[in-house]
Design a protein around this ligand. Structure first.
Ligand SMILES: C[S@@+](CC[C@H](N)C(=O)[O-])C[C@H]1O[C@@H](n2cnc3c(N)ncnc32)[C@H](O)[C@@H]1O
Length: 327
C-alpha cells in the first residue's frame, strides 16, 4: 500500500480506536512513517535538551518518544478533535487557527488531524524552541504534501513568545509538562499564551490539577493486579490548579496531615489532566500522571500542616515544608 494511504488509515484509526493492543500497533506503525520522513527516530538519544529560563525543553528524540505514550497521545488527540469541532461550530465554520507550542519532531498532536480536516478547515502555526525538531516537522510536512496546513514555522520560546495581533489562534496546544508540573515549562507557557488566545478560544490542556494525598504503597501496588480498583487514599487538598479558568501564579498552599492515617503513610503529589471536556488523564494513565513521592509520614509528622510553594524558573518544581505549631 502507498505510504500516504497507510498514513491516512493510521490517523483515522487513532480517532476510532481505544483498545490498548491496537493503539500500540497504530502508534508504532505511525512512528515508522514519521521517523522515515522526519529523520528523527525514537531511541537514537544522541541529542540534547535545551535549558530555558522557564524549564527544560526536551530533545527531539525525547519529544519523539511522546508519540508512543499511548493514553497520552490518544486522549490528547481525542480532546483536540472535539475542541476543533466545537470551535468550528462556534466560529461559523471559519478555518480554525491552531498554535502548537512545542511541536517536537512529528507535530504529533496535530498531524493526525490532517486526515480528518482539510486546510480550509484548520491551519497550524508550528512552534518549537528546538530548531532540529522544527526542521524535522518541516521536512516531514514538505515530503508528505502537508504544507498547505501551515501558516508559519516559528522558532521561539513559548514562555515569552508574543503572537502578532493578526494571528490570534482559536486553539493553542501545548504539552510541555511532567508529572507534578516539574522540570518542563508548561506553567510558564500557559501563563504567557493563555491571555493571547482569540476571545472564545480554547487552550489544551484545559486544566491541570496537582493534589496532595497520603498513599499506602502496598495498596497502590496491589491495585495494579485488580482491574479498575482504586486503592484507598487520603485526599489532603489541591495544591495547584492551572487551566483556562484559573491561569494565574498561585501563592503557597497549606494542607493538614491527619492524626489518623490508617497506613497511608506516603505523602505524594497526584496529577490529573483534563485535556478537553471528558477527555481526561487520571493517575497512572501515563508518565505525566504518575504519583510523585514526597516523603514518609512518621509519627512526629502526623497532625502537622505542610506548605507547598510552586517554584518558577529554570527548574520548576514544588517545595514543601512542615509548619511547626506556634511558629
Ligand atoms: C514533551 S515534548 C512534546 C512533543 C509533542 N508536542 C508531543 O506532544 O508529542 C515538548 C516539546 O516542546 C518543546 N518546548 C518545550 N519548552 C518550550 C518552550 N518554552 N518554547 C518552545 N518549545 C518548547 C520541546 O523542544 C519539545 O519539542
Amino acid at each position: 500500500m502507498e505510504t500516504k494511504q497507510r498514513l491516512e488509515q493510521l490517523h483515522i484509526a487513532i480517532f476510532n480506536e481505544r483498545g490498548i493492543a491496537t493503539l500500540r500497533d497504530i502508534l508504532h506503525d505511525l512512528h515508522e512513517i514519521y521517523s522515515n520522513y522526519s529523520g528523527i527516530r525514537v531511541g537514537d538519544m544522541t541529542d540534547s535538551d535545551i535549558a530555558l529560563p522557564s524549564g527544560k525543553a526536551i530533545s527531539p528524540t525525547g519529544a519523539a518518544h511522546c508519540l508512543i505514550e499511548m493514553a497520552r497521545t490518544s486522549k490528547f488527540l481525542q480532546g483536540i478533535r472535539k475542541a476543533v469541532l466545537q470551535l468550528r461550530s462556534e466560529f461559523n465554520h471559519e478555518p480554525i487557527r491552531i498554535l502548537y507550542a512545542g511541536c517536537g519532531p512529528y507535530a504529533t498532536l496535530v498531524t493526525p488531524l490532517t486526515s480528518i480536516f482539510s486546510p480550509s478547515e484548520i491551519t497550524f502555526d508550528i512552534l518549537d524552541i528546538n530548531e532540529i525538531s522544527l526542521g524535522a516537522v518541516k521536512k516531514m510536512y514538505s515530503e508528505l504534501g502537508l504544507l498547505a496546513y501551515v501558516n508559519n514555522f516559528i522558532k521561539a520560546d513559548a514562555a515569552t513568545y508574543q503572537i502578532p495581533a493578526n494571528e490570534k489562534p482559536h486553539l493553542i496546544i501545548s504539552e510541555t509538562m511532567n508529572a507534578g508540573l516539574k522540570t518542563e515549562p508548561q506553567v510558564e507557557i500557559m501563563l504567557n499564551l493563555m491571555p493571547q488566545l482569540m476571545e472564545g478560544g480554547i487552550f489544551i490542556p484545559e486544566k491541570i490539577a496537582v493534589d496532595a494525598y497520603l498513599l499506602d504503597p502496598g495498596k497502590e501496588q496491589a491495585s495494579f493486579f485488580v482491574g479498575g480498583e482504586t486503592p484507598e487514599r487520603l485526599f489532603l487538598g489541591n495544591i495547584y490548579t492551572i487551566g483556562q479558568t484559573n491561569c494565574v501564579k498561585h501563592p503557597p498552599t497549606i494542607v493538614k496531615i491527619p492524626k489518623e492515617i490508617n497506613g497511608n503513610d506516603q505523602l505524594s503529589m497526584l496529577t490529573e489532566i483534563t485535556v478537553f471536556g471528558n477527555e481526561q488523564l487520571h493517575i497512572y494513565d501515563c508518565s505525566l500522571t504518575l504519583p510523585q513521592k514526597i516523603c514518609k509520614i512518621d509519627d512526629d509528622l502526623k497532625g502537622k500542616d505542610v506548605q507547598f510553594s510552586y517554584i518558577h524558573g529554570p527548574k520548576p518544581h514544588f517545595e514543601h515544608h512542615f509548619i511547626t505549631a506556634g511558629l
